[in-house]
Design a protein around this ligand. Structure first.
Ligand code: FAD
Length: 544
């Protein structure tokens, strides 16, 4: 049994760093770093992963949360990527079915020509990507489209092309990979920044700063993988290894509105004023709308969402749907993420390739990874770890990440409904989308919430002001998911900052008290945490 993923474990892991001398140090705990750490640990390498803030705090909690089948790459003519995305989607549905939920994507058509062209494109896609019978595309007539997705504006509507995309939760997917890496023996530490890298003598010494205590420590590793996402170039500069291509960051924003303001049944594709495709996704009590693609300068923890960004998406939604016009005042939260793409001279943001690239600096041995997608993270990690094994002279260690379920994924897709009904029976006081939400976020691990509720009925009760969230959920995140701040807990573990229509703010005092009791905060620290969360929530509704 691995030790719990708890604050006490973190202290012990940090204390052990100077003596650890791992094969591999991974810098960054987004999906890329988490995927690499899991793969390497499962192959039997000794691994340390350090994350500057919290696991998934960068781009990997700010994506559109879609596991793409690859249709979009067909439009770009990248057949290799179509095949890889489709295959990876199938793998994820096997190893974590709760985090790969099929949902129909509806592309309204405006005229016979467009309808026929999309039908032919989807037919071609299904020949390349090998799609199962039940997931094949279906073309809808105008009447079918309006009956099945009644929010569509009828003007000029010809029909719709529909196909299956998968929905995930990006931050939970990262955490599942980190927890799996931990269970396989990797040392995974959040709130710990690589402050400097000093290569020399076949190993590299990293200075690690603990973001919570301010203390520094050191670790010496044989290979360093730089998976710092938008910060990849900063980490390369630390190691004086800036050979090769630079990053080109582009920003993408999403707006969240209450589901009752845009009550969709499917993901719907919309066309923005500049003819880019954007979309709206229903998720529990909210619907989110995304995304933009604009140049961005130096990386930031919370990139701004401007009024112009918001208006661009609202305009597309108001043209596509027959609802009372959506305005900025309807937006309950917004998020912005930065795509860590590789610069291509003369290309506009949406033309730059989403392919990943591994950049190795021969002088320092630093292996940097950039580009890529959430969808293909597992394959990308496999390629990186293959290179790491080469460098360590341990070729031939087999990748096992495609076969072993992720934590929570030990649940066949067929038992998702069964688990949902058991949760509904055992935690009866949760308001919608209670049980569905818990199965989506935790999969088979939702069973642990039932067990906690049985052992102490008070923990089966929902939080005041968060009627779909049981107290047991937050307690488990504090005991076994390395939530160390209130923002870790509410933004990236329970995900209420973005997906609760009130951003979890009415429950912040109660959540703060739970965290204080578990983490030993005094009154001042508790008040600071609550205040920081409230200010963050307000800033996500404030457009300049
Ligand atoms: P990150 O998640 O940013 O992780 C890097 C981490 O490194 C950060 O957590 C950071 O804190 C840490 N770090 C930085 N410096 C240091 C240091 N010195 N020491 C320690 N840690 C450090 N992909 C899909 O497949 N489907 C989608 O629907 C999708 N939608 C997207 C929408 C948007 C708007 C964006 C921006 C991207 C989207 N993507 C999507 C792409 C996908 O989200 C990214 O490719 C992926 O999340 C990048 O992950 P990463 O781990 O490389 O970077």
């Amino acid at each position: 049994m691995p030790s719990p993923f708890s604050p006490e474990t973190r202290e012990a892991l940090i204390a052990g760093l100077p003596a650890a001398e791992p094969d591999l140090l991974v810098v960054g705990g987004g999906i890329t770093g988490a995927g690499v750490a899991r793969d390497a640990a499962l192959r039997g390498l000794s691994v340390v992963l350090v994350e500057r803030t919290d696991f998934a705090a960068g781009t990997s909690s700010r994506s559109s949360k879609l596991i793409h089948g690859g249709v979009r790459y067909l439009q770009q003519g990248d057949i290799g990527l179509v095949r890889e995305a489709a295959a990876e989607r199938g793998t994820l549905a096997r190893i974590a079915p709760h985090l790969a939920v099929p949902m129909r994507m509806v592309m309204p058509t405006f005229g016979r020509g467009m309808h026929m062209k999309l039908a032919a494109g989807l037919w071609a896609f299904e020949r390349i990507a090998t799609v199962t019978d039940e997931e094949r595309h279906v073309m809808w007539s105008r009447d079918e489209a309006l009956a099945k997705e009644p929010m569509l504006a009828p003007d000029q509507l010809h029909g719709a092309a529909t196909f299956i995309e998968y929905l995930t939760d990006d931050a939970r997917l990262v955490l599942a990979n980190v927890k799996s890496a931990h269970a396989a023996g990797a040392v995974c530490v959040n709130h710990a920044e690589v402050a400097s890298l000093a290569p020399g003598g076949g190993t590299t010494e990293a200075t690690i700063r603990d973001g919570l205590s301010g203390a520094t420590t050191r670790v010496r590793a044989r290979v360093i993988v730089n998976a710092a996402g938008p910060w990849v170039d900063q980490v390369r500069a630390q190691a004086h290894g800036m050979d090769g291509r630079r990053l080109h960051l582009t920003k993408g924003i999403h707006l969240v509105v209450p589901h009752e303001r845009l009550p969709l049944r499917h993901i719907v594709v919309m066309q923005a004023t500049d003819r880019r495709s954007v979309f709206a996704v229903p998720r529990g009590a909210v619907t989110y709308i995304g995304t933009t693609d604009t140049d961005y300068g130096a990386p930031a923890d919370y990139p701004d969402v401007t009024a112009a960004d918001a208006d661009y998406l609202l305009e597309a939604a108001n043209r596509t749907f027959a609802v009372a016009p959506l305005a900025r005042a309807d937006v309950v939260a917004a998020w912005a993420g930065l795509r860590p793409l590789l610069h291509e001279e003369g290309k506009a943001p949406s033309e730059i390739s989403r392919r990943d690239e591994i950049m190795t600096d021969d002088a320092t041995g630093l292996v940097s990874i950039a580009g890529g997608k959430l969808t293909t993270y597992r394959k990308m990690a496999e390629r990186v770890v293959d290179q790491v094994c080469d460098r360590l002279g341990r070729r031939g260690l087999e990748c096992r990440t495609g076969d072993l379920p992720l934590p929570g994924g030990e649940l066949a897709a067929t038992s998702i409904a069964e688990m949902t009904s058991r949760l509904t029976d055992r935690l009866p006081r949760l308001a919608p989308p209670g049980a569905e939400r818990l199965v989506f976020l935790y999969g088979a691990a939702a069973e642990e919430l039932i067990a906690r509720g049985a052992a102490d009925p008070a923990t089966a009760e929902p939080l005041t002001g968060l009627p779909a969230v049981p107290r047991a959920e937050l307690q488990r995140a504090l005991d076994d998911e390395m939530a160390l701040t209130l923002t870790d807990l509410l933004e990236r573990r329970a995900r209420v900052l973005l997906f609760d229509p009130r951003q979890g703010v009415p429950a912040v005092e109660e959540a703060g008290a739970l965290a204080a009791a578990r983490l030993g905060w005094d009154a001042r620290r508790t008040a600071e945490e609550i205040d920081r969360y409230r200010r963050l929530a307000a800033s996500l509704r404030d457009f300049h």
